[in-house]
Ligand binder design. Sequence first.
Ligand code: BDR
Ligand code: CA
Length: 337
Amino acid sequence: MIRILLDCDTGIDDSVALLYLLARRDVDIVGIASTAGNVPVDVATANNLSWLQLCGRADIPVHVGSAAPLVAELMTAEDTHGPLGVGYADLPTATMSPSGTDAADAWIDASLAYPGELIGLVTGPLTSLATAIRRDPAVPGRLARLVVMGGAFHVHGNTTPTSEWNIAVDPEAGAEVFDAFSTAGVRPPIICPLDLTESVAMTPDHVVRLAAAAGSEPVECPDPADETGLRSVADNVVIRHLVDALRFYFEFHHAHDEGYIAHLHDPFAAMVALAPEIVETVPARVDVELDGRLTRGMTVADERAMTGEPNARIATATDVEAVFDDLIETIGAFARG
Ligand code: BDR
Ligand code: CA
């Protein structure tokens, strides 16, 4: 079994990442850490619990993170993910409660339970992991692998001109986590930045294929150029909620002139966490700008070791259609039951 801890600010694409992990029968999600970001932490927690209940996985513990970043004021992204973080999906309210162990302690406990085996995946701000490392600096050394969706190196940011959302929400946490991986003998995290994740652009055709793979039809998409094309009347409960969430995300991207698409940043990072061979990477020393008036939250990659030894591997290339083939097949088969 592949043991993984997912740390997320759920979030539409976080939701797809969670569904992908749930769909993988070879994966043991040892816990889910909810972190404030796209939505406040209590909303992220409720979303995680709802998806788990919907998928019949009430056994997976959900751990609540801090309500605020380490230093910054919390900012949230209801414009991107909808008022409750899951677009137009009307998720059932879960009957389970979150774990009594907080998100930072969940990182510590899981790394102690599965030393050298645990994969960490962060698809939100790094607040909880940074807090865990403050409490127990040995956490990074116990991870088999850490994969982080975050940063923008050679492309425009999506939060400020120079910053990507997950880092921009809690720049201090990003800086502390990347710094903690500078220690010799600790495996450098794989960072999946906007440079690559924005190429993982879901189209209505992918959604139609997903619904078909689940045996759930129809999801209407008369013409990908028809911007109102994505209409879900899917009879499969997982697919219906998923498409209702995605429809909001497609509309957000369309409203921002990016086309009638949806960037699947977080599901892509989940796939990299399970199969790092699907990406090409470059080693780099990665730091987060904390002081710049215009550049706070910017991730800076030094690929020439001018400022220090590499503390990360930056994902630079992948086969995007192979990513969608896997996503569609895996979630489709899971939803089909
Ligand atoms: C990241 O920001 C969030 O809105 C998404 O869920 C993703 O994790 C992309 O910048
Ligand atoms: Ca996210």
